[in-house]
Design a protein around this ligand. Structure first.
Ligand SMILES: C[S@@+](CC[C@H](N)C(=O)[O-])C[C@H]1O[C@@H](n2cnc3c(N)ncnc32)[C@H](O)[C@@H]1O
Length: 262
């Protein structure tokens, strides 16, 4: 039985004053349309190729990264888990290993979740995991709802990063854990050179070949470069009152796990 109500609503939060960050202004199509709308459209466009391209471009490493995130949550045995920016549901599926009573995935792209729901049916996880349209920045679950919140490659796409992270803080239970997986920028000059080449040439090329949206994989490169790296991201978590924050670099710094607690 589901204990967290699923009829999500949108919360007006007009007077939310936040620093206008560089990454917030990096958008998929560079039009005047809101970033959230552009992002949702982009992911709807690439949804049918997302899992395939994820595996090709990361050579399968992304699965191990999600596993490490979920292991971090294991000690506290979270029962009610939210997967923000769930996409095709991989993080939610990995969280099922924690033996929770309920997992909810939210995303602004219905196209991505359509593929996610098919996977859940195949894996017989559709009773445990529910995917719902919802925006991290405005989704209005009651305060103190979730034992754990995970976000995989999602925060970089938020229209207003701080607003999104604050809302997630609000709906975490006191003592609840936030675990974020995101691309980051390596420091070693050699790795950095390879990383720049890969993200500047290989990623957009492979994206172009396999997906009909030619902007999507250039946006990936631009948004990764503009995103606050490692300590900078942790500073934002601290500013928003998260406790016990920290990060762990993965695979020579090309990705990072960030964590915090309420
Ligand atoms: C790169 S995919 C990641 C999917 C999945 N978490 C994974 O680990 O593979 C990013 C997802 O974030 C979603 N997204 C972006 N901004 C969002 C927001 N403000 N609220 C909820 N979902 C969002 C997109 O629609 C997309 O499905």
């Amino acid at each position: 039985m589901l204990s967290v109500p699923l009829n999500l609503c949108v919360k007006g939060n007009r007077d939310f004053t936040m620093r206008n960050m560089l990454h917030d202004s990096v958008t998929p199509y560079k039009t005047d349309e809101e970033k959230n709308k552009q992002v949702a459209q982009m992911f709807n466009n690439i949804a049918n190729r997302y899992d395939l391209l994820n595996s090709i471009l990361s050579m399968g490493i992304h699965k191990g990264w999600r596993k490490q995130c979920v292991q971090l949550l294991a000690a506290k045995h979270p029962k009610v888990i939210l997967d923000v920016a769930t996409g095709t549901g991989d993080f939610a599926i990995e969280c099922a290993k924690l033996d929770p009573t309920q997992i909810i995935g939210i995303d602004i792209s219905d196209g991505m979740m359509e593929f996610g729901r098919k996977k859940l049916l195949k894996l017989k996880l559709d009773q445990l995991i529910t995917l719902k349209n919802g925006n991290a920045e405005t989704v209005c679950f009651p305060d103190d709802t979730f034992d754990a919140i995970v976000v995989g490659f999602g925060v970089r796409n938020f229209e207003n990063l701080e607003k999104g992270l604050s809302n997630l803080y609000r709906i975490l239970k006191p003592g609840g854990q936030l675990v974020i997986l995101e691309f980051s920028y390596p420091r070693n000059p050699l790795i950095k050179a390879g990383y720049n080449f890969y993200f500047s040439y290989i990623t957009p090329l492979v994206g172009k070949i396999f997906s009909k949206d030619t902007r999507a994989y250039s946006y990936l490169t631009e948004s990764v470069k503009a995103f606050p790296n490692n300590e900078h991201f942790v500073e934002i978590l601290n500013k928003l009152k998260y406790k016990n924050t920290g990060f762990k670099s993965l695979s020579f710094g090309i990705a990072a796990i960030y964590r915090g607690e309420k």
